[in-house]
Ligand binder design. Structure first.
Ligand SMILES: Cc1ncc(COP(=O)(O)O)c(C=O)c1O
Length: 369
């Protein structure tokens, strides 16, 4: 049997929704985008939202709306997808990496006071692998050091902490609608805020420095970060499927937890108390992760490592010259542990019962069970 790491879950409904764009002859950002935005804000519980072409540019827009730029530093977890940090670089600022916790690999701020200096302007909790950071601890840290908060909630649609949706705790929250995210529009991103001034900046930045389309007078410097109604049409159908998607992901997670939980060499993430867990992928941890991945590959199951620590990324080597102390590997044992011992299992909604059972039987076979 062959099991891919991921396959998108789109079908006839999305296809028919696109046809509607052609029939109404409205393909650029228009009525469907407006309706999709309102539905997302209703779900997330934020006051304002703007679309971006993807999650990376959503982060960039958010950082710029917070006035972050050259000379500023932003604290970013060491264990995340590269875009959390490259968006900071793109805004002209410097990412400063912080360790993650051992239970669920979310940002760990208990020993991060020394990272703050007079250049530090913001902190970016990243809600990783479908669960969410301890946002009480983030809020406390931000308040203590007078920092802005931008939440990278790329993979956290439908994820709450103490009943509040990811992306609404900080000044800005961002989401991704890439094919492997909870809902998809192919590519796409969304920025939320409840701050009116930041919302106004977002509107100007994303639409050529003007609020209204059609005017050739541009009060501010802005660009084109718009999406299309074709994407919004897909997004609306996907959003209607969200309860089904979450239920399916929950069922997959429970299956893996129950069956692979019998293998004592394997462990799972433990989300923070009162944190949801809608697995982006189900991550497992084992001492011999590389050997298991090789074995799985041989048996037709596509394996994937977890994220590579940012302080080791070749593209961030320049930061070692700036601050060798902060970039030392002994600051990041948990982030390194996650990469060296972790792997993600196929967890997409279209995964069949047979495929799930096969993935587990391959891992059991590796352990001789
Ligand atoms: C944590 C995180 N942040 C940002 C992004 C970037 O989103 P996009 O691929 O839509 O640019 C991703 C995408 O995988 C992500 O996982």
């Amino acid at each position: 049997m062959k099991v891919n790491q991921f396959a998108p879950w789109v079908g006839t409904e999305e296809y028919l929704a696109i046809a509607d764009c052609f029939e109404s002859n409205w393909i650029t950002e228009g009525p469907k985008s407006k309706a999709f935005s309102a539905q997302l804000l209703d779900l997330i519980g934020a006051k304002y939202g703007v679309f971006a072409p993807n999650g990376t540019l959503a982060l960039y827009l958010g950082l710029r709306a917070m006035d972050i730029g050259p000379g500023d530093e932003v604290i970013v977890p060491d264990f995340t997808f590269i875009a959390s940090a490259t968006s900071v670089h793109m805004a002209g600022a410097t990412p400063v990496f912080v360790e993650v916790n051992r239970d669920n690999f979310q940002i760990e701020l208990s020993h991060a006071d020394h990272l703050v200096n007079d250049k530090t302007k913001a902190i970016m909790p990243v809600h990783i692998y479908g669960t969410i950071a301890d946002m009480d601890a983030v809020a406390q840290f931000a308040k203590k050091h007078n920092l802005l908060v931008i939440e990278d909630a790329a993979a956290a649609l439908g994820v709450h902490y103490k009943g509040q949706h990811a992306g609404t705790f900080g000044d800005i929250g961002t989401f991704s609608f890439f094919a492997d995210k909870t809902i998809t529009t192919g590519e796409g991103g969304f920025v939320v805020t409840s701050n009116e001034e930041m919302h106004h900046k977002l509107l100007l930045l994303r639409n050529q420095g003007r609020v209204d389309r059609g005017s050739f007078i541009h009060p501010e410097m802005g660009y084109n970060f718009r999406i299309t109604d074709i994407q919004a049409a897909i997004g609306q159908v996907q959003l209607a499927k969200l309860p089904q998607i979450i239920a399916r992901k929950e069922a997959i997670k429970q299956y893996y937890l129950q069956r692979l939980g019998q293998i004592e060499e394997i462990s799972f993430l433990t989300p923070a108390p009162e944190a949801d867990w809608v697995p982006f992928r189900v991550a497992i941890l084992a001492d011999n992760a590389q050997a298991i991945r090789d074995f799985m590959k041989d048996k037709g199951v596509e394996p994937r490592t977890l994220f590579y620590p940012l302080h080791k990324q070749p593209c961030f080597a320049y930061l070692k010259e700036k601050n060798p102390q902060n970039m030392r590997s002994d600051n990041f044992p948990n982030s390194i542990y996650a990469y060296e011992n972790g792997m993600s299992l196929p967890s997409f909604p279209a995964l069949t019962e047979e495929q799930m059972a096969y993935v587990c039987s391959v891992i059991e076979a590796y352990y001789g069970k």
